[in-house]
Design a protein around this ligand. Structure first.
Ligand code: PGA
Length: 250
């Protein structure tokens, strides 16, 4: 049985002080879910990572981004060794907002994924199609490219502990979540690509999340699908009450 993993992606929300208050609220529920093999995490901004790590023993703390170089003249960027020093172990790579607003490509995602593997950190690698691609019937083609190019030259021994998040761009922050059937179909497809690129054993180990307007009311139906091992949650992870209810509803 694969574990489940639910991570709140806070995007550009919450100050350091707000993070401190929030994580305190979640130790108990994160502990009891861990006993059921469900990992709960949050991805605050860079500025709040140290506070989140310090304030929590049971939550998985993820960075929302990283640069692929270790250091250098890259104004505004943060590297793998810097995250490691803070004891951050997880990093979101290739979120559609980064692809859309910050020119992230499959190639830069690949460099980031490799840098994480070298540094011994774990990625949550996001893939997903835009509304136009969905309407044009290109979903699987897009996802396949994102996987093939993003995972290029990365060894099976590393990929087996990756988390892949399927996030259709048209469902992020829109309230228009993909149906559980669509989400399951694409997550099963992602697993089949991993099987082709690596092996059946690796494909059965990789955790695959669905993300896009996951709410307390719909989380259970996604996590009940054979190939969906968790959720990446934006808006509904920002308020203590809604994230708690979402976790209680799993
Ligand atoms: P949403 O965001 O839950 O607000 O749709 C999901 C995400 O961007 O990871």
């Amino acid at each position: 049985m694969r574990r489940k993993i639910v991570v709140g992606n806070w995007k550009m929300n919450k100050t350091n002080e707000e993070t401190k208050v929030f994580v305190k609220e979640f130790e108990g529920i994160a502990k009891s879910l861990l006993e059921r093999k469900i990992i709960v995490g949050i991805a605050p901004t860079y500025l709040s990572l140290a506070t989140a790590v310090k304030g929590s023993k049971k939550l998985l703390i993820a960075s929302q981004n990283v640069h692929f170089k270790e250091n250098g003249a890259y104004t505004g960027e943060v590297s793998v060794p810097m995250l490691k020093e803070l004891k951050v172990k997880w990093v979101i790579v290739g979120h559609s907002e980064r692809r859309q607003y910050f020119n992230e490509t499959n190639e830069t995602c690949n460099l980031k994924l490799k840098a994480l593997v070298t540094g011994g950190l774990n990625p949550i690698y996001c893939v997903g199609e835009t509304l136009k691609e969905f309407e044009d019937g290109l979903t699987k083609e897009v996802i396949k490219n994102q996987l093939v190019e993003g995972l290029k030259d990365i060894e099976a021994s590393a990929v087996k502990s990756f988390v892949i998040a399927y996030e259709p761009v048209w469902s992020i922050g829109t309230g228009k979540n993909a149906s559980k059937e669509i989400a399951e179909d694409i997550c099963a497809y992602i697993r089949s690509i991993i099987r082709k690129l690596y092996s059946k054993a690796i494909s059965e180990r990789v955790l695959i999340q669905y993300g896009g307007s996951v709410k307390p009311e719909n989380v259970k139906e996604y996590l009940g699908q054979t190939n969906i091992d968790g959720a990446l949650v934006g808006g509904a992870s920002l308020k203590v009450d809604s994230f708690k209810t979402l976790l209680e509803n799993i």
